[in-house]
Design a protein around this ligand. Structure first.
Ligand SMILES: Cc1ncc(COP(=O)(O)O)c(C=O)c1O
Length: 392
């Protein structure tokens, strides 16, 4: 009865976790999994979230259903951080709904793009692999362009070319900040140009903001998104709180739509609600309620922002140390210093990736993507020496 189901490839990163766990060497290093780690290699629950969770347990008097839109207090409390205090709903043109993580939000956003009649979406290459997977599942054709140039900066020529041949039948999916997997973000001046090009070619933007606050700062990381929103009439925004509130497994995200006319919001969002109903019916409550309680409390908000600052500062220090190593063996680590977020790509050959694992016990994706937060003062020199060894 189920014999027509084909075997699907295992998730490469999950397979990598197994390999790392099975390695008996005490000095092995995991740079694969996409979670933040402290200098001690831990992924702790934020203090602000712990405090909010305690309050939540005390205060919550019902777990009755909330509806497909989830916790709207959570959704609206986030808006000033995402869209800016002075334009939190762009004059009544933005509305959102809670989703299971950024992935749930992307699933709805891309399904809405398809429902709205689009057949093609431009996506930079490489991208987070789930972007292509969701598009394939939904039946949305992906138009690829090269995201990065050889010098470790954004390939603006490729993006310009992709947008110049695009039109009103096309959408574009952009990483708002902390590009996964390259760490290569657009500069503010580049965003200014991109926003203009998207508007000029009447392309529908879908902006994926999954790492706000992990790059340059909460405000700085929203520059591109906000810049695009002032230029275009309509857009979809996919948001994740799983990294910037450390809630990964609690699955906390939101989908926002900006429409041309306030009167269109209810019609557009009804599509998000009906798609959610058909997918998961209602999002999980706990993590989003904890985020809401952080944002409702001034002291907890300050504590959360402080904890986020410390994470970002640690990642900047790791990046600075890698960048200072410069030419290392056959690769240049300098561009990593100017990149953002959890990830960067080092141009290892497949053989070098294998050698990093087998000879040095250092595990990361076959693409050469490393999680910079997996490096600590205790292991960074070991990593740089291993890079020199396998690429030299
Ligand atoms: C670019 C990007 N978008 C969205 C997500 C989704 O995050 P989550 O579903 O864990 O909230 C991720 C997670 O790795 C990501 O890297």
């Amino acid at each position: 009865m189920l014999s027509d189901l084909q075997q699907q490839p295992a998730d490469a990163l999950l397979a990598l976790i197994k390999l790392h766990n099975a390695d008996p060497r005490p000095d092995k290093i995991d740079l694969g999994v996409g979670v933040y780690r402290t200098g001690q290699g831990e992924t702790p629950v934020f203090g602000a979230i712990k405090a909010a969770e305690r309050k939540l347990v005390e205060a919550q008097d019902s777990k009755a259903y909330l509806g497909p839109e989830g916790d709207m207090g959570f959704v609206t409390r986030l808006m000033p951080y995402i869209f800016g205090k002075d334009s939190a709903d762009m004059g009544g043109r933005i509305e959102g709904m809670q989703t299971p993580g950024g992935t749930g939000s992307l699933r709805l956003a891309l399904a809405m793009v398809k429902r709205a009649g689009y057949n093609r979406i431009l996506v930079g290459k490489p991208s987070w692999p789930n972007h292509a997977q969701i598009c394939a599942d939904i039946g949305l054709e992906v138009g690829e362009f090269h995201h990065s140039a050889a010098d470790g900066t954004a390939n603006m020529d490729a993006l310009r070319e992709a947008l110049s041949s695009a039109g009103p039948d096309d959408a574009i999916l952009l990483h708002g900040c902390c590009h996964n997997p390259t760490g290569i973000d657009y500069s503010n001046a580049e965003w200014d140009e991109i926003a203009g090009l998207i508007a000029e070619h009447k392309v529908l933007p879908v902006i994926d903001l999954a790492y706000q606050g992990l790059g340059m700062g909460m405000e700085e990381d929203a520059y591109g998104l906000r810049r695009v929103l002032v230029e275009v009439p309509e857009a979809l925004i996919s948001y994740s709180c799983d990294k910037n509130f450390g809630l990964y497994r609690d699955r906390v995200g939101a989908l926002y739509a900006m429409v041309a006319d306030e009167g269109d919001l209810s019609r557009v969002m009804s599509n998000g609600h009906s798609l959610a109903r058909a997918n998961w019916s209602q999002p999980p409550d706990h993590g989003a309620a904890a985020v809401r309680m952080v944002l409702e409390d001034e002291a907890l908000t300050a504590q959360w922002l402080d904890e986020l600052d410390q994470m970002r500062e640690r990642m900047r220090q790791v990046r600075a140390k890698l960048a200072a190593a410069g030419e290392t063996g056959g690769v240049d680590l300098a561009p990593i210093g100017g990149q953002n977020g959890l990830f960067s790509i080092i141009p290892f050959t497949p053989e070098q990736v294998q050698e990093m694992r087998s000879k040095h016990g250092i595990y990361f994706a076959g693409s050469g993507r490393i999680n910079v937060a997996g490096l600590t003062t205790g292991n960074i020199d070991q990593f740089i020496a291993a890079v020199a060894d396998v690429t030299g």
